[in-house]
Design a protein around this ligand. Structure first.
Ligand code: SAH
Length: 346
């Protein structure tokens, strides 16, 4: 008996075909298995019904299918569903299904915990435990797509990398997952419907631009003044706004794709005229739009969402300068499923 069976999903299609050929079967068998694993996303070899019983047993003797499982599910009054997803080593990440009138969005995680230390984010308190591998990212999307069809009678329309973790600190795996999500052999979704949200790692933003990725980029800005940003997002001391701005200009030059800035306005942090002026100035460098997002409390009392009048001042200044701004309401707050609240509370 083999103790450590290999995860069959770590094999490429070509490797699977080769495996069958070298065990005296046809390459075509590898293609069939690949379809079961990815397109149909089965969890057991027994479900591969167009293979003989012997072939299924042979596969089970040689491989395992490491799949994630929905460990628990919470439903919000607004239809949002938060999933605790259990990985094969028992660690948990969270993924959220967010239905609106026109869309169903999956918010997926890229790491277990996070290595960054944004002061306002619950995930930061978990620290980074490990990166997710490409299938663990892909599987979250598959699981949410199934829920979308089950509870809302329609397929997933959008994906945002706004769950746990910093996607650009796990770039290769995120990219591989996106390749599978967009491939016809995977889910066949359009890159245009995928948004990667980053706290802003300049070197990696440039790398993405060089890779000519076709998905959308969102940057969690929250302040365009270095001292303020560093006080709430300490890694800004290393990846300063100057570096970020330069990387974003590079991104736009290469991709011609507008950037979305995510921005929360907090009382006493970034609610003054100087904060607004700095944001307007920052926005003029590279074509962009601004999403003002609601603050979701993480129960530490250190941050408080600014009042409506402060937010309205942001809106009027941005609009007066021709910058598109939207106010984004949070979803799933009652079950701690909103941005920044993912921390495996349950
Ligand atoms: N690490 C990535 C993606 C995960 S966070 C990033 O930083 O973009 C997803 C979004 O939620 C980011 O814009 C982040 O700044 C925001 N966020 C984090 N904590 C929040 C909170 N408590 N309330 C509202 N938004 C929050």
């Amino acid at each position: 008996m083999k103790l450590d069976k290999k995860d069959i999903r770590a094999l490429t299609k070509e490797q699977l075909q080769h495996f069958f050929v070298s065990s005296g079967d046809k390459a075509f068998r590898g293609t069939q298995v690949y379809e079961w694993l990815w397109n149909k996303s089965v969890h057991t070899f027994d479900e591969m019904t167009n293979l003989s019983k012997e072939t299924r047993e042979m596969l089970a003797n040689n491989f395992v299918i490491n799949h994630v499982e929905v460990d628990s599910m919470q439903k919000s009054n607004d239809g949002t569903i938060k999933n605790a997803i259990k990985l094969h080593d028992g660690l948990i990440v969270e993924s959220v299904l967010i239905p609106t009138e026109k869309r169903t969005t999956a918010c997926v995680s890229s790491q277990v915990g996070c290595s960054l230390d944004c002061k306002f984010c619950a995930t930061a308190r978990l620290k980074r435990m490990r990166n997710l591998n490409p299938d663990e990212i892909y599987d979250q999307v598959v699981a949410i797509n199934k829920q979308s069809q089950l509870y809302h009678n329609r397929k997933l329309t959008n994906i945002v990398f706004m769950g746990m973790g910093e996607p650009l600190m796990n770039y290769n795996n995120v990219l591989k997952a996106i390749e599978k999500i967009t491939s016809p052999e995977g889910l066949g979704m359009s890159s245009k419907r995928i948004t990667l949200s980053t706290s802003g790692v300049p070197k990696m933003i440039k790398k993405m631009a060089d890779d000519q990725v076709a998905f959308n980029l969102a940057v969690s800005l929250h302040s365009a003044i270095d001292e303020v940003r560093t006080s709430i997002m300490p890694f800004n001391a290393t990846f300063t706004l100057d570096n970020l701005r330069e990387a974003l200009a590079y991104w736009y030059a290469k991709t011609k794709s507008k950037i979305t800035y995510e921005y929360v306005v907090w009382e006493g942090v970034n609610d003054q005229k100087k904060d607004i002026d700095a944001l307007v100035k920052f926005c003029k460098h590279v074509p962009c739009k601004v999403n003002l997002i609601e603050y979701n409390s993480i129960d530490d009392g250190n941050f408080k969402q600014a009042n409506t009048s402060a937010i309205n001042k942001y809106i009027s200044s941005l609009e007066a300068n021709g910058i598109t701004v939207k106010v984004r309401r949070s979803r799933g707050k009652d079950i701690d499923a909103a941005c920044g609240q993912l921390a495996n509370k349950s």
